[in-house]
Design a protein around this ligand. Structure first.
Ligand code: GLA
Length: 333
């Protein structure tokens, strides 16, 4: 049976910067979504090994729950004049749902692949990332950026990618054998109904006053009269600089500095951007206090989800219930 597989992702640094065209530094992980299918002359259906129900692309009533993503992907592909394969498909996932590891972007990309979306060249993958981003926005009404879909489609094993979300240029940032990336699950979350849309709106209001945040300076941010917009802009501007500095530190093998930048990023997301929660702050502190850990921070949209840490390879991560061992190490309580 043919099958498609798409990874999830963890973001090492650069959160809430993608939707203003800023910098992010995510990596694809070895947990992901698999779609297996056989050709079907009659039409297209999707079943899930974990969820109930059959999603039938010819029946809009099946566009609820996880079916919203499947229908939205099919719709954006059709609107872009892609001829969809007719299949009977089964979806399974090793990604925890709603844990901030991009289970939805992974699902969208795996479904698009099974429906025959072109993705053999880099340009095709970037185009597909844009379409899947649109599908995500349509499925759940969250004005998300491009980071998740893009890294799911262009991530490489053994490296993270520095992505400029304005130009969509990518630079490989190797994760060497000296270090390991550890992810800890903290709390389930959904970005629907969270403050995510509000943050996107606050950034756009800040940009109305000081221009594009991706090129603004910290002094520009300090000019904002509204204290909330000033804090939001300060996070984005300083976070973009931290992503640049983090990439340099990783290339140099200066993991102490890379870790320091991760912790600074976390504080900025907590204090200036207000997207962390107490359980994540405590987890970050616990990780930072652990010998061999260079730094830790929340990862992704926030309001729950996971924290990510950069640690020395020889650090014993047994206590964190390591579950995956390629790309990123993932643990769940
Ligand atoms: C979610 C969104 C991304 C990005 C992150 C925060 O994962 O889907 O586009 O905005 O939050 O960095």
């Amino acid at each position: 049976m043919p099958l498609a597989w798409a990874p999830g992702r963890v973001n090492l640094i650069g959160d809430h910067t993608d939707y203003t065209g800023g910098l992010v530094l995510p990596m694809a992980i070895d947990l992901g979504t698999t779609v297996e299918w056989s050709d079907s002359p009659a039409g297209t259906t999707f079943r899930s090994s974990a969820e109930h129900g059959t999603i039938d692309l010819s029946d809009p009533r099946t566009a609820s729950g996880w079916g919203r993503y499947v229908h939205a992907v099919a719709a954006v592909l059709t609107e872009s004049n892609h001829r969809l394969r007719h299949i009977d498909a089964t979806i399974s996932s090793t990604l925890p749902i709603g844990a901030g590891l991009s289970s939805s972007a992974s699902l969208e990309v795996a479904v698009a692949a099974s429906l025959g979306a072109p993705m053999s060249t880099h340009d095709e993958r970037v185009q597909l990332a844009r379409l899947c981003q649109r599908a995500e926005q349509r499925a759940v009404g969250v004005p998300c950026g491009i980071m998740d879909q893009l890294i799911v489609l262009t991530g490489e094993s053994g490296a993270a990618q520095l992505i400029d979300c304005h130009t969509l240029d990518e630079q490989r940032v190797p994760i060497t054998d000296e270090v390991q990336v550890v992810v800890q699950f903290i709390a389930h979350r959904t970005l629907t109904g969270s403050g995510y849309g509000e943050r996107v709106d606050e950034c756009s209001r800040a940009q109305d006053v000081i221009g594009p945040l991706r090129v603004a300076t910290r002094d520009d941010a300090e000019l904002l009269a509204d204290p909330v917009l000033r804090r939001r802009a300060r996070h984005v501007v300083t976070e973009n600089q931290r992503v640049r500095d983090f990439a340099v530190s990783m290339h140099r093998g200066d993991y102490t500095e890379a870790g320091r930048l991760m912790v600074e990023s976390h504080h900025s997301l907590d204090i200036d951007y207000a997207v962390s929660i107490p359980a994540m702050n405590e987890a970050v502190q616990r990780l930072v206090d652990t010998p061999g850990v260079f730094g830790a921070r929340m990862t992704g949209g926030g309001f729950g989800g996971c924290v990510v840490a950069l640690a020395d390879r020889s650090t014993d991560v047994d206590g964190w219930k390591v579950a995956a061992t390629r790309g990123a190490f993932v643990s769940f309580d």
